[in-house]
Design a protein around this ligand. Structure first.
Ligand code: SF4
Length: 253
């Protein structure tokens, strides 16, 4: 089997989209392994805790560090058994390809989607969640309906040259399928978004959505109010975190 006929998968499940402009849509999540960033600081790879200057930590590190390489046929068999994959996608559920950073696997994603189309005559509604540091292939862009990008601020603990790629941000800024989702918990974070992304990168404010950095209900209740205030004052769209509201700190739901 050629490498391109496999996907390295950390987990998959059927649920509701919990963030961004498609919040609440029934969706199958396919989480691919690996990431080119470590939000929370590089040391978070080992203890999953945040390290200064990070003010939050990626809540899926423990999941995306693991991965199983599946051939497409065996992956589809498993997906069909456990999520009723093809039937649900035919009925309009979105396929949310997430990570980690799924664009590390973009050739394999294109090949997988072509395999689904060839074998099931199906082109599902695709959302891809990316940290906007890797330029998408044209062949992938042609299949994607929603680019859910999440550029990182200094509050991620990642140095600027790793988290801001001018050419990639310019590509997404021009792409009509893009939403820029920023995770923040203070007014200082908003000032950084204004300076580093609106002024320096000319990102379109209309494509932005601000989301609280919170991994528990208790945190969310406090930070939602801070973010709502920023959004009202600066006329920017806001979203909360549906999964935290419903399931608190559980992942894979
Ligand atoms: S880019 Fe996303 S998946 Fe990667 S470490 Fe940051 S929050 Fe986690």
């Amino acid at each position: 089997m050629a490498i391109a006929d496999t996907l390295s998968v950390s987990e998959f499940f059927y649920s509701l989209q919990g963030e961004g402009r498609t919040t609440g849509v029934p969706a199958i999540f396919l989480r691919l392994s690996g990431c080119n960033l470590v939000c929370g600081g590089q040391a978070a790879l080992h203890d999953f805790q945040k390290h200064e200057p990070a003010t939050w930590v990626c809540d899926t590190i423990a999941v995306w560090l693991k991965g199983t390489s599946y051939g497409f046929e065996s992956l589809l068999e498993k997906l069909n058994q456990e999520t009723d994959f093809i039937n649900r996608l035919r009925k309009g559920a979105h396929l949310v390809i997430t990570g980690g950073e799924p664009l590390l696997h973009q050739q394999n994603i294109v090949a997988f989607l072509a395999f689904v189309e060839d074998n099931y005559q199906l082109r599902p509604i695709i959302e891809i969640e990316t940290n906007a540091t890797i330029l998408p292939l044209a062949g992938l862009d042609a299949r994607v309906h929603y680019w859910n990008t999440s550029p990182k601020l200094s509050n991620s603990g990642m140095p600027l040259p790793r988290r801001i790629q001018n050419e990639v941000l310019a590509f997404f800024n021009k792409n009509e399928k893009t939403m820029f989702k920023f995770v923040l918990n203070s007014y200082e974070d908003w000032l950084e978004i204004e300076s580093d992304f609106i002024q320096k990168q000319s990102l379109d404010k209309q494509k932005m959505v601000l989301m609280p950095a919170a991994s528990s209900i208790d945190e969310l209740l406090i930070i939602n109010k801070i973010v709502a205030d920023i959004c009202i004052k600066n006329q920017v769209r806001m979203c909360s975190r549906l999964h935290v509201e419903i399931w608190n700190q559980l992942t894979g739901v």
